[in-house]
Structures are given as C-alpha cells and as structure tokens.
Design a binder for this molecule. Sequence first.
Ligand code: SF4
Length: 415
Amino acid sequence: MNENIFEKLKILADAAKYDVSCVSSGVDRKNNKIGSIGNASASGICHTWSADGRCISLLKILLTNDCIYDCMYCLNRVTNNVERATFTPEEVAELTIQFYRRNYIEGLFLSSAVNVSPNHTMENIYKTLLLLRTKYMFGGYIHVKIIPGADPEIIKKTGFLADRMSVNIELPTTESLQLLAPQKKTEKLLLPMNQIKTETQINSEERKKYKNVKKFVPGGQSTQVIIGATNDSDSTILNLSQSLYDKINMKRVFFSAYIPVISSPNLPALSTVPPLKREHRLYQADWLMRFYQFKSEELFTDTERNLDLEFDPKITWAFRNIDKFPIEVNKASYEDLLRIPGFGVLTVNRIIKERRGALLTYDSLKKMRTALNRAKYFITVNGKYYGGVGVEPEYIKNEIRQKELQEQLNLFQLL
Ligand code: SF4
C-alpha cells in the first residue's frame, strides 16, 4: 500500500471510530453475476468489537475528516486543530477491494465529514459506490452515511448501490442541536430520512410489479444519538426513537455514550466518565420497544424521566405495575407473558406451544429451560406462587441484590 494512502487510512479509520451505527443489517443477497465478487449475507458481514465495546467493521472509514461544520462535540469540526485527510473515490474503492481480497473484510462502512458542501461530499460517496459496484463488481455489504442537505437525486442513486444508509440525528432535540451543532437543523436531518422511507415504499411496490427492479437500500436505514453530551433525558431520547420507528420505519437507533474529548462550557467536563451503563439501559429499553410491544412512555413516570441504572427497564416497569402480577402462565395472553421479567420472546413462544398440549407445571417450565430466577417472582403456575413471601417490590429487589452479591463473591473465590 502506498505510504500516502496508508497515512490517510490511519487518520480516517481513527476518525470513524466514534460512529457506532455499523452492525450488520441482516441483508441476504446472493451475488450470481459472473466475474463479480462478494456476497452480503446475514451472518457473513465481518464486524468486530473495539476495546471499549464499540462495533467496528474491519473497513470502517471516513471519506474525509476535513469538515466545514463546527459541531462542538466533534473532533473533526472545522475549528479543531487535527490532522486532515481526504480519500478520492478511487482510493476507497481500491482499498476495499484489496482488503476484501486479503480476506480482511466482507464489507464497507463509509461515513464522512461534510467537505466543501453536502452535495460535493455526497457526490463522492456515490462515485465510490458506483466504482465498487460497476468497475470492481463488488457484491459485498456496503453501509453509507447520507449527508443531509445533499441533492435528493444523488441520495436516490446512492440508495440503489448501498445495503444500508444512515443519517445521524446525533442530538435528540432542536434546542440541543442549536446549542452544540447550530449548522444542523432538525428539518434538514429529517428530509433524507423521509426520502429513504418514501423511496423504499415506491421501490417495494415496483418490485411487486416488475421482476428486475433493483432493490433500494435493502437493509433499511439507521441513525445514531449521542448520550450524555446534553441534559436530554432518556424519555426524550426514547420518545424520539419511538417516533422514528413508527413514522420513518427506522431499522435501528444506535446510542453512543459521549466521550469527552473537548473542553467547552457547553459540554460535560473532560473528567466526566462516558455514561456506558446508561447507554446499555437505553439499548435494553430499545429492545423492549422493538420486540416486546412496549411504548417509550410506559418506561417512565411523570417524575422519573431517566431509566433506572440499578434494575433493567423491564423489571423496573414490573415493579411500577406490580398490581398486574403475578401472571398465570397457563392462561395469560401472549402480550402479558411478554411482560414477565426474565421471559424472552422464545420462551413465550415455547410456553404458548407447550400449553396447548398439557397444563404447564413449574417442573415442566424448568425442563423447557425457562429462566425462572427472576420470572418466579412474577408468575403463578397452576395457581401456585414460587417466589417466596409474595409479590412485593422491595422484597424482590433485596432478593435480587443478595443473589447478585453472592454471585460476585463466588467469582472472587474462583480467582
Ligand atoms: S458534520 Fe459531522 S464531522 Fe462535521 S463537525 Fe459535525 S459531527 Fe463532525
């Protein structure tokens, strides 16, 4: 690899590490074209985890870090004194192919700062994908960032070459954007998201009518929200996520704990620890919204607008709604079973199937490998309660705390 490209790679791969929205979208696409290389498959997308737990695909880079914007939380902002680099589309395409041929990667995650103008940057992203898909016949997974403010026509053309697109919303309110990223406007961020949604719907209708219509962004769109750079509460963040899932058909909302790298009166102090536990709780709550039929507002009360850091959001909801428990596993609806702490979707499906044949007993639940250590406090089986003194939140909390403490002590004994 030529030295110049290697230097650029060092700068632009490092600059991309703050973007967490890069996990596989589960696209299955066979590449049947003769002479072309790479398949995108649900299980085959190469990604790894960095030391701080972030998901990074092996070729995760920025096209450029030479930004014209001045977002206060970002190392690449125009007023920051960092080393700058810009790839040409040909360089990114060649790098991807070289890495692919050496088996280092199976896909590309291409993000970018805003260089010269949104249109100029988006045009170069498009050219990179065009080279990869047509000159190099690359059929592997490609995830690209959309630059808000770019011409919808370039975004559309890019969407027919990419597997997934994302527009990073970064901050959850107009006020927060105004404070830390005044060049970004909520309406401008929402425009390309809405465009991707509309184009996807049109494409799906056309594909029903005509066989050979190419897929538009088959892996859907995702976005990222920074956690802890502003005072926005978890309820504000999850309400935003909920409305993106409901109204824009967003596939995933990623959360990124803010890592203080810049000193500013508008930002948390440099000594602030990144809120990783909070990020984890937000992912748990997001999971409940996507797979357990929870609505964001159910996870909060009028006075508690942040998720509990000690207990996960599902059990916290159960404590607040203790009058709904215990739930009888032999009679409860699918929706009610899903609300039981410790019961996952697979467990609930298994229970529904098994109880069609015979009444379930506590032993049969154990044989089905149901995780009962938490669930036992919230269920009855054939009318019998197995959780001790009764459905009492403080008692259950203490039981859980003691068990966790015991587990930690056992771990120490193993060391
Ligand atoms: S537009 Fe993106 S790269 Fe540029 S300063 Fe803002 S967050 Fe950083």
